[in-house]
Design a protein around this ligand. Structure first.
Ligand code: NAI
Ligand code: MG
Length: 350
């Protein structure tokens, strides 16, 4: 069958790492006889500067006709970050009920972790992706006056917390059986105790999974001090966002980290993107690490039901790193193109 994939390279290094990953996906598709049909959308900050919006009015309808969405990064110094995030990524995540943001954190051979890691790190962060702290409820008052104020509400729903916990506990059950929930119920006294209750009730349905609730500040410290002890971490939208940047940094570079924005039921397309942003500081220089984007491509193949193709792609970029290829952020000297060429050779060799 043909897989229709919507490609949004976006801004900055998105325009460099997306073509690199597409080259790898094309080669994998050839080897595994998959029919991947890529359709390119020029949405992002340049589109915004021309049209006053990040994507066309019917953008979501156009995307809905695809099996998956492959995104680079959006964000530009010329457009406010709130505009770029709420004009493209957040509407896609919510409209398509991509309530799981799955972010693997894993030690890779050939990449030196900044920590003296005792054991290999292999954990999954499951971030709630549709509600929580990133809500539109709130407002600003009394601008310019001494009592100027801002209010931002957090929204947790029983449905939202239950389904993210169910997904995370299911993953833990298929792995080492440990689930850690990020909380802050000592300081945040309404929403976080609710989160804790629903997480506990839901995790109880998975007797093979042991649940630990940790205050997010302590959890952040533990992720630095002993990341190898974690299996699956379930966290709210904000906590999961912060913990996953931290997680990717302890393995070596944010340029390595992949993510999947999943609608597990498959009612809508899921979206695959690296954790990093558009990195305007290195854009256009051929320095960007394409691993996060390529790995996101492997997650996409897995989601589309082709684990053997996903494993092949994963093995290929891991082999390129092991052989000593790597971009500057992981201490190497390869350009984006040189590293990509090494992955293509590894695909052929494996
Ligand atoms: P960033 O992830 O773009 O960059 C942070 C640092 O990591 C920079 O020093 C950058 O050079 C480096 N870096 C990131 N990815 C790299 C890669 N693949 N290879 C080598 N080095 C890499 O985060 P920052 O600077 O906070 O944000 C820049 C823009 O990206 C902003 O407009 C922000 O809103 C946007 N952004 C977009 C995201 C998305 O599209 N999902 C996620 C995060 C930020
Ligand atoms: Mg982030």
């Amino acid at each position: 069958s043909t897989y229709k994939i919507a490609v949004i390279a976006g801004d900055g290094i998105g325009k460099e790492v997306v073509p690199a990953a597409i080259a790898c996906l094309d080669r994998i598709a050839e080897v595994h006889s998959l029919d991947l049909e890529f359709t390119y959308f020029d949405w992002g900050s340049e589109y915004y500067l021309q049209h006053g919006r990040m994507m066309p009015v019917d953008g979501l309808e156009q995307l809905a006709a695809h099996h998956a969405i492959f995104l680079g990064a959006v964000g530009s110094p010329e457009v406010s970050d709130a505009e770029s995030l709420w004009g493209l990524l957040i509407p896609i995540r919510r409209e398509f009920q991509q309530y799981i943001n799955l972010r693997p954190v894993k030690t890779l051979d050939g990449v030196t972790s900044p920590l003296a890691a005792k054991d290999p790190i292999d954990l999954l962060i499951v971030r709630e992706n549709n509600e929580g702290e990133y809500s539109e409820v709130g407002g600003r008052m009394y601008r310019g006056l001494p009592h100027e104020s801002a209010v931002q509400e957090t929204i947790f729903t029983r449905l939202g917390v239950t389904r993210v916990t169910r997904y995370a506990a299911g993953l833990a059950a298929s792995r080492r059986g440990h689930l850690t929930s990020a909380t802050k119920s000592n300081g945040i006294v309404h929403t976080m105790p609710f989160w804790d209750e629903v997480v506990e009730e839901t995790a109880r349905l998975y007797p093979e999974v042991s649940l630990t609730s940790e205050l997010v500040d302590a959890l952040a410290a533990h992720l630095v001090l002993r990341p190898w002890t974690f299996d699956v971490i379930v966290a709210s939208n904000l906590f999961g966002d912060i913990l996953s940047d931290l997680g990717s940094s302890v393995t070596g570079s944010i340029g390595l980290a992949p993510s999947a924005n999943l609608n597990p039921e498959g009612d809508f397309p899921s979206l695959f993107e690296p954790v990093h942003g558009s990195a305007p500081d290195i854009a256009g220089k051929g320095l960007a690490n394409p691993v996060g984007q390529i790995w996101s491509g492997a997650m996409m193949l897995e989601h589309l039901g082709h684990p053997e193709a996903a494993d092949h792609l994963q093995a290929a970029f891991e082999s390129a790193l092991r052989e000593g290829f790597g971009t500057r952020d992981v201490g190497g000297t390869s350009s984006t193109a040189e590293f990509t060429a090494a992955v293509l050779s590894a695909i052929d060799a494996l």
